[in-house]
Design a protein. Structure first.
Lengths: 864, 119
């Protein structure tokens, strides 16, 4: 029988109390009537089925009843419901987004089998400021051959090609790689095959693998594409495979992977660093072991080839860690802010629920007096709170789904992951969990508190609403916490906003106004010859300059802020390159008119001219910082430098340009005349970006330019049409997003803190109406009362402000590297944050304070 | 439940509820008696479990189909743990409506020849 009683525990308490005794009695008499073991067993089985089916049903009955009551009671107070749902939605939405994003970028393993064993290989040239320098082909091959730590090793470099053979000529960004790459990554093709080391063999056909995106867009997802041949930069390539849709490597921009073989010229120059090494560690080798071995190998190479390899070390970095410190910090800041938001939302919710529970004290006392057990009351309140949290959770999840694309700009492009975390089951279950947890926690506490005190006492008119002292203390703490978190968020948002302004105010060194850029990449070997390229440039520029509204146009090899590399070693005045003092410069090839188009000031000398050709002496235009570094206080014109080739004469000096973006130090710049490049050399560096200074709109101009280019050479694709403004803006896009997100969080936090304070004071004023009445009756003035309530609100705000300021100062220190030189202790920002919070506190306290002064002493006392 | 509820809104009834209503139609009974009565009426085909019974009773009380009675018909045989239930007028209406529904179904079945007509 005790078994049966135990089973009865599956029913809700109220049900058991009501019917448990009778059920047990029925079972007992049936058992007594049962004859023989078989009948007994049958009876037990029957009872088991009966209980297991009807117990959940009984729970469901109660839940339905509670839900009905909850909906009815929430409908009666729409203001409270809306506030609670909004607050919960904010908390859940913010947490989901931030956790989703952080998890996506920093935590979740990369989408490769055993991704933790994937590493990247770099030459460590810290002695001249590059801790992660790409590899030269010979160094890569030696490293690969000598190491025993890696299962497989591959090298790749980015490749921009013109593809002909799939309809219109296409400009594509992809990867040129050794055959092992896919073996290293461990991902098979979705269609056909990937490349292997066999494809590295000289003489075998050049092969390529398509990204799923390229396959869908350019080849109409046709499976017959396998075995088809296309021309990449006029070189026939055999398509051997298509990768699965979510394969991204090394970043989501890559649209194809083509085989890269090393030429004799590649192998000759150990100082030509352009390869990214990627490797898979052997199962029994640790990262530390691989690092030690690699350092030894590079040390040997440094000894063997001192000219190029002296002091070059090895850097072996987990692929997962290819996230800049800045991205990482931004994400942690976001996650921290979201946690603050969540805590604020929770405390606010708790406050709301607590005060509502206290307001309903009488109602609950009545219900308790009418026989509702404590369990029923708690259960019903919990249901109500879960309904609230559920609505908030749904709204929050919706916010997260809609908000996620907005924050996708915070996902760094350096990782092989999609640009936005998909809002998947995991993430939604997190929302659900957060919701349920907050609903339960913040539902249970007030419910228990109240159900415990819901007794006859609650029915006594005038009895001070139960449990108020400790509850008020708890709520005061919650409000202090909210103020603290708001201050932290406000300060951080303020500092980051200042940093953003500062970055945006950095002069890029050029004037982006009215500058349109587009890319026309010349196919090789068709345009191998410099003269042929120059012909093309001159025809295009002549036609473009003649178009209405165009003031100037020019070509450059790579746009600033788009291509941040292109850094070359440089020597000046024939001084031998001493490895202690290797100088570098950012090199670009230009056509005449580039500086005028971008309004880069010509400070001295002249621009390159059409008359600077292969047969005339080599000329260069350098930036002011180049002069400052190499010839401080001296006349730079006529000086010699050597970069890629020797004996280049400086003929002009221009202003500096932020090649590496607004936030970073850029190397001094050297511009060479594109017409002076010898045939067949630096072909990949040939100018392809057309810049146009114009009054005409993009819509008006671009079709005309496309038409002109189609006339000049229909095989040249036009791509990357955008304004220079857009390029500069893109440089700060991640910051803008971050400031907006944090700013929004901060404003909401301050509002919520104000609301929380208001709720607390309003409640305490109505609870203390009698005391206030007595005070008034005893001669306190209205001003005294006003001061009393205001002082309480401001006191709480002050404590929160002090705590918040301390936390904010600490957090700002941690974020210092994101602040772009803004003082983390910036007094203006702190003052503003405090001012906002004090304002919110004042506004929040004022209404209840005024209400307190309106208490009618007679009525308040008579109510007893 | 407010008595204004239309009987039809509760139709179709769960079988257990219908059996309980039928069992209470002729006299007030306590839980165990209902179980025994239903078993007897159906020739042992329907054996209500205690859990199913009381869960149904709880809902039927809420829906106003039955009430608990204070009167206990046989004082000497009465077990003080037992509560007696009585069908309400509303309960009768609902049981009637359910019976009509079932009769209608049977007619339909006859018309389509699923059940042979009685000779």
């Amino acid at each position: 029988m005790s078994w049966y009683r135990a089973l009865l525990r599956l029913y809700p308490l109220s049900f058991r109390a009501e019917y448990g005794g009778e059920m047990a009695a029925i079972f007992a008499s049936r058992l007594a009537n049962a004859r023989g073991l078989r009948e007994r067993v049958a009876l037990w089985a029957e009872a088991l089925v009966d209980i297991l089916s009807s117990a959940p049903a009984a729970h469901w009955d109660l839940l339905r009843q509670d839900l009905r009551i909850a909906v009815r009671s929430l409908r009666r107070s729409p203001g409270f419901t809306l506030a609670a749902v909004l607050v919960a939605a904010l908390g859940v939405g913010a947490t989901t987004i931030a956790v989703g994003l952080t998890d996506h970028v920093l935590v979740r393993p990369l989408p490769f089998p055993q991704a933790e064993r994937l590493v990247k290989l770099y030459q460590d040239q810290s002695f001249r400021g590059y801790s992660r320098m790409e590899l030269s082909p010979s160094n890569f091959l030696d490293w690969k051959r000598e190491s025993r730590s890696f299962e497989r090793v591959a090298a790749f470099t980015s490749a921009s090609v013109n593809m002909i053979g799939a309809g219109q000529p296409l400009r594509l960004d992809g990867i040129a790689t050794t055959g092992e790459l896919f073996g290293v990554l461990g991902i098979p093709a979705a269609l056909g095959r990937t490349m292997t080391s066999i494809d590295d063999a000289e003489g075998s056909p050049r092969v390529m693998v398509l990204s799923h995106r390229l396959w869908s867009t350019a080849f109409g997802a046709n499976p017959d594409v396998i075995g088809q041949s296309v021309r990449l930069n006029d070189e026939p390539h055999l398509i051997v495979g298509v990768m699965p849709p979510h394969f991204n490597f090394p970043s989501r921009e890559a649209s194809f992977w083509a085989i890269r073989r090393f030429t004799a010229a590649d192998l000759e120059d150990r100082g030509n660093w352009f390869l990214h090494g990627v490797a898979r560690l052997k199962d029994d080798v640790t990262l530390a072991q691989a690092r030690a071995e690699s350092s030894a190998i590079l040390a040997r190479l440094a000894e063997a080839y001192p000219d190029t390899n002296a002091r070059n070390g090895a850097a072996v970095v987990r692929l997962r860690d290819e996230v800049t410190r800045q991205s990482r910090l931004m994400l942690w800041a976001l996650a921290g802010a979201a946690v603050c938001m969540f805590l604020i939302a929770c405390t606010n919710l708790a406050g709301l629920l607590l005060s509502r529970a206290l307001q309903r004290h009488r109602e609950l006392s009545v219900r308790a007096a009418l026989g509702a057990g404590r369990e029923r009351l708690v259960r019903q309140m919990l249901t109500e709170n879960l309904v609230l949290a559920g609505m908030g959770g749904v709204a929050g999840a919706l916010c997260a789904v809609m908000g996620m694309p907005l924050v996708a700009l915070l996902v760094p492009t350096t990782l092989p992951i999609p640009d936005a975390p998909s809002v998947d089951v995991r993430l939604l279950s997190l929302s659900l969990l957060v919701t349920v947890a907050s609903g339960l926690f913040f539902g249970v506490v007030p419910a228990l508190k109240l159900a415990g005190s819901a007794s006859v006492q609650g029915l006594k008119e005038g009895g001070r609403t139960g449990a108020s002292r400790s509850t008020e203390r708890l709520r005061s703490l919650l409000v202090i916490g909210e103020v603290t978190a708001s201050i932290v968020l406000l300060v951080l948002a303020g500092l980051l906003l200042q940093a953003l302004w500062r970055v945006q105010n950095v002069a890029p060194g050029f004037d982006a106004t009215g500058v349109l850029t587009l890319r026309t990449s010349l196919p090789v070997p068709k345009y191998d010859q410099t003269a042929r390229r120059q012909q093309f440039y001159q025809r295009v520029l002549a036609e473009v300059r003649a178009m209405p509204g165009v003031h100037q146009a020019a070509y450059i090899s790579y746009l600033p802020m788009v291509m941040r590399g292109g850094i070359w070693p440089v020597t000046v005045d024939g001084r031998p390159e001493d490895s202690d003092n290797t100088h570098t410069a950012s090199m670009r090839l230009v056509t005449p008119g580039f500086f005028e188009t971008l309004q880069i000031p010509l400070l001295n000398g002249r621009d390159v001219r059409d008359s600077d050709v292969l047969t005339t002496p080599l000329v260069a235009v350098v930036s002011q910082s180049f002069v400052d570094r190499h010839w401080p206080g001296q006349e730079p014109l006529g000086r010699q430098l050597s970069l890629a080739r020797g004996d280049i004469t400086v003929v002009g000096v221009v202003g500096d340009v932020k090649v590496r973006g607004l936030e970073r130090e850029s190397e001094p710049q050297v511009y060479l005349a594109s017409a002076q490049v010898p045939d067949g050399s630096l072909v990949f560096y040939a100018p392809k970006d057309l810049v146009i200074k114009t009054d005409a709109t993009e819509e008006a101009l671009v079709p005309t330019i496309r038409a002109a280019l189609a006339r000049i050479d229909p095989e040249v694709p036009v791509s990357d049409v955008r304004s220079l403004h857009a390029i500069v803006e893109a440089d700060t896009a991640a910051r803008v997003v971050q400031v907006r997100v944090l700013g929004a969080f901060a404003v909401m936090a301050a509002l919520l803190a104000g609301v929380g304070l208001h709720g607390l004071l309003a409640f305490s004023v109505s609870a203390r109406a009698r005391e206030i009445g007595v005070r008034l009756a005893l001669g306190a003035t209205r001003a005294n009362i006003l001061r009393l309530v205001l002082a309480r609100g401001l006191m709480l705000a002050a404590i929160g402000t002090v705590a918040g300021t301390i936390c904010a100062a600490w957090a700002a220190q941690a974020l210092q590297s994101l602040l772009f030189g803004v003082n983390p202790g910036d007094s203006q920002v702190f003052a503003a944050a405090v001012a906002v919070c004090v304002m919110m506190a004042l506004v929040g306290s004022l209404l209840p304070a005024i209400r307190a002064t309106r208490v009618d002493p007679l009525q308040a006392i008579r109510a007893d | 439940m407010p008595p204004t509820t239309a009987p039809e809104s509760l139709i179709p009834l769960p079988p257990a509820v219908f059996h309980i209503l039928l069992s209470l139609a002729d006299e007030d009974r306590h839980g165990y008696a209902i179980i025994q009565d239903v078993t007897a009426r159906t020739g042992g085909d329907v054996r209500l479990g205690a859990g199913t019974l009381y869960r149904s009773i709880q809902r039927m009380l809420e829906q106003d189909l039955i009430v608990e009675t204070g009167s206990r018909p046989e004082p000497e045989a009465d077990d003080e743990r037992r509560r007696y239930y009585r069908i309400t007028a509303f309960g009768r209406k609902v049981a009637g409506a359910e019976a009509e529904r079932l009769a209608g179904l049977v007619q339909l079945a006859r018309a389509s020849g699923v059940i042979p007509r009685k000779a």
